[in-house]
Design a protein around this ligand. Structure first.
Ligand code: ZN
Ligand code: ZN
Length: 168
């Protein structure tokens, strides 16, 4: 608890009860992502005088102070997570809404190169992949008898001579 006080004060936020509760919740669920409503529902039982708008406000303050991060999901709404300073990216399932995260040094490096090439100064390097999680894919597969055939696109260098194999 003392730890939370220090963290909040270090971030320039007075350690109020709602802030301590929300920070405690995010720290207890590191690498997970929650909407304000989910945080509210999880905390409402032990904190009766904390309203949803308080949760929204506290989460917004955390993002501003760098204690938390907000991730925009498919429908434009936000989910929040603890900001532990670790760069990472997200995948989100369109069916069940689950969000997972991954870190990838090669993507970090490529994004830097791409931005440098565009002379673009990046403030928020985010990558979000949407699709179906493994569980939903399995469920999907078992309900379908056959998957529709997808057209296969091939790059066929029809008339390109192979390098080093030029006719003399
Ligand atoms: Zn899913
Ligand atoms: Zn995350």
């Amino acid at each position: 608890m003392d730890d939370f006080h220090k963290l909040l004060e270090h971030a320039g936020l007075r350690p109020t009860s709602p802030r301590i509760k929300v920070l405690g919740f995010l720290r207890a669920h590191a690498h997970e992502h929650f909407s304000a409503e989910q945080v509210y529902r999880s905390l409402a039982s032990d904190e009766r005088n904390m309203s949803l708008s308080t949760i929204y406000r506290v989460l917004g303050q955390f993002v501003e102070a760098g204690l938390g991060s907000a991730v925009v999901i498919g429908d434009g709404s936000l989910v929040y997570e603890l900001n532990d300073g670790r760069r990472h990216y997200h995948v989100m399932c369109n069916a069940c809404g689950s969000i997972e995260e991954f870190a990838d040094a090669e993507i970090d490096a490529r994004l830097k190169e791409v931005a440098a090439g565009l002379k673009f100064s990046v403030s928020d390097p985010r990558v979000m992949l949407f699709g179906l999680c493994a569980a939903c894919r399995d469920r999907d597969m078992s309900t379908k008898t056959a998957l529709p055939e997808k057209p296969v696109l091939r790059h066929q260098p029809a008339s390109m001579p192979e390098p080093g194999n030029k006719p003399r």
